[in-house]
Design a protein. Structure first.
Length: 582
């Protein structure tokens, strides 16, 4: 058998990367395991690369309070509704060149490209909505979320496919600018799944195929694989295929006795979308809300355990009796009669042990719950639901305040998650020929390719820009008050409504196709001007007729009185007629 020394060396490189990156996050894993125990039990025992778990086992026995777990689910829903709401177009594409933004055909084409992205992103087989929420929950629990985007692998369909990658499977490295540019993913496949994924390449080693084919148990057993994506150090743009791509992709079968390269490929855009909630100096992985309030979560869990014990004692208290009481024969069944439990004087001979102040325990727990809900943004979004009587102005102000509070942390996701995600989606769809062709007269090559920028129209971005809309509306309302008081419309001349209306509509998320273009706006204004001229002419017609009639009566009177001869009258009429023609 011929040994490919290059592939052997490549497999060893990937394994070294994996071992180095996995050893560098050892201290993180203990924190993540604590978080998983109390906040996301589904992830218990999946954090460490060498973890062994049994599918279907119970994982909630360490939880006494579910506040943090419920807050995490709400946190995922909050980020989804703020950043990527399924029922709206939450981003658009515009040219980087300001002059090209006036090209309506180009703008409409970019809008079609944008619609195509949304079509394939939310297609049923893409699985974006469910996987995206899991990524947001990863941010909330562990401070880091990872989404893998690849072309849809289906015999009859093309499109996109999304996969949330659990924190226990991925190991990161940053470049000099703080961007994650190397990922090693350690994942497990059954023998049958490995045959489906790699057999078409004829890359699985024969001894491995023989081993998993020996029995059904071996075929359904799990085997470890590594997927490394890193910058392509030997990239040559003049080549065709993976050698010309920005990133190198390597799949390795990771066996105890041998490592085998199964597939080599490449990507022009980074397929792992890695986002961090917050980052401490010198750290690659993020820190999330659960890690921020882990002390409160652990305290609340212990307080709930203590309160349950108190409650149990309060409901079924321990009894106190005299030495020669009836403790041995006492019955606690409903309706039971216990003789000898009362003295002849009517004094009870059986009492209960004090259980402490349960109410104080509840108040202490409420303090911890408030801290947890604040960290997971739950309390921030209870404002509008708890005060429905707010006026529209108050709602705008509250929205503005939310934008200010959320911008530093949640707003980071636009740069680190959504921007790279959209770039990746465009690249994958473009390679499959699924993007609409550019309109005639639009030279994409002259633009240097798809030189575009992303404008976010999500509820969060609108909340962050709500101050602009609120400010201009307040200014216009104040100006209208002055106009109504003075009956002088000139103060409104300070506002450029041709700029204000389109930009406010854009902030409010109005699609461009719903807005009229410059040609139609000019036609409408010309038609209104013509209509106004006709109305003015019609309004002036009765006055002109009355004036002509009065002039005719005066002339006839002048002739009768001898003040004007018929010849003079004729000359005057000719002069007036000539003046009207002029």
């Amino acid at each position: 058998m011929t040994i490919d020394l290059r592939k052997e060396a490549l497999a060893d490189e990937v394994v070294r990367d994996y071992l180095t990156l996995s050893s560098g996050r050892f201290t993180w894993e203990s924190q993540w395991e604590e978080v998983a125990n109390l906040v996301w039990p589904d992830y218990r025992s999946t954090i460490r690369s060498n973890a062994v778990w049994t599918p279907g086992i119970k994982k909630t026995e360490l939880q006494f309070d579910v506040t943090a777990a419920r807050a995490l689910s709400k946190f995922g829903a909050i980020l989804d509704s703020l950043l990527t709401p399924k029922n709206s177009i939450w981003h658009s594409l515009v040219p980087q060149d300001e002059s090209l933004k006036k090209n309506r055909d180009l703008m409409l084409w970019l809008e079609q490209v944008n619609k195509t992205i949304f079509k394939y992103r939310y297609a049923p087989r893409a699985n974006f909505a469910g996987q995206n929420v899991l990524t947001y929950m990863g941010l909330g629990a562990f401070g880091t979320g990872t989404l893998f985007i690849d072309p849809l692998d289906h015999p009859r369909e093309r499109g996109l496919r999304y996969k949330h990658v659990p924190i226990g499977e991925v190991y990161y490295a940053e470049n000099h600018q703080g961007q994650v540019d190397k990922v090693v993913r350690a994942y497990w496949l059954t023998g049958r799944q490995a045959m489906q994924k790699f057999k078409p390449d004829a890359s699985l080693p024969q001894d491995f195929i023989d081993r998993i084919s020996a029995s059904n148990a071996a075929m359904e057993a799990n085997y470890k694989f590594l997927h490394c994506v890193r910058p392509n150090a030997d990239r040559n743009p003049k080549l065709l295929g993976p050698g010309s791509m920005m990133y190198q992709s390597i799949h390795v079968l990771y066996q105890p006795t041998a490592r085998t390269v199964l597939r080599e490929g490449g990507f022009d855009t980074f397929p792992f979308i890695v986002s961090r909630y917050l980052q401490a100096p010198g750290e690659v992985y993020g820190r999330g809300p659960a890690m921020e309030v882990l002390a409160a979560i652990k305290t609340l869990n212990q307080e709930k355990k203590t309160l349950l014990e108190q409650g149990h004692r309060a409901v079924a208290p321990a009894l106190l009796t005299t030495d020669d009481g009836i403790l041995d024969d006492i019955s606690l069944k409903p309706g039971a009669v216990n003789r000898g439990g009362m003295s002849a004087e009517g004094r009870a001979l059986v009492g209960t042990v004090p259980v402490g102040n349960v109410q104080v325990g509840k108040e202490l727990m409420d303090d911890e719950r408030d801290a947890i809900n604040d960290a997971f943004l739950v309390s921030l979004f209870q404002i509008l639901t708890e005060t429905p009587e707010m006026t529209a102005t108050e709602v705008i102000e509250r929205t503005r305040e939310k934008g200010i509070l959320l911008a530093p942390t949640v707003g980071r996701q636009e740069n680190e998650k959504l921007g790279p995600q959209i770039e990746r989606e465009i690249e994958v769809l473009s390679r499959q020929g699924l993007l609409p062709p550019p309109p005639g007269g639009v030279n994409i090559k002259a633009m240097g390719g798809l030189e575009y920028e992303i404008q976010y129209d999500s509820p969060l971005s609108r909340a962050m820009r709500a101050e602009e809309v609120a400010g201009v509306m307040r200014s216009i309302e104040s100006t209208l008050t002055i106009v109504n008081a003075t009956q002088d419309p000139e103060p409104l001349d300070n506002f450029n409504f041709d700029v204000i209306v389109p930009e406010v509509s854009q902030i409010q998320g109005v699609p461009l196709r719903w807005m009229n273009g410059p040609d139609i706006i000019a036609q409408k204004r010309q038609a209104r001007a013509q209509q106004a001229a006709r109305q003015q002419q019609a309004a002036e017609a009765p006055g002109q007729a009355a004036l002509m009639k009065a002039s005719s009566v005066a002339q006839e009177s002048a002739i009768r009185t001898g003040q004007m001869t018929p010849a003079q009258m004729k000359a005057l009429g000719a002069q007036q007629g000539g003046g009207q023609q002029q």
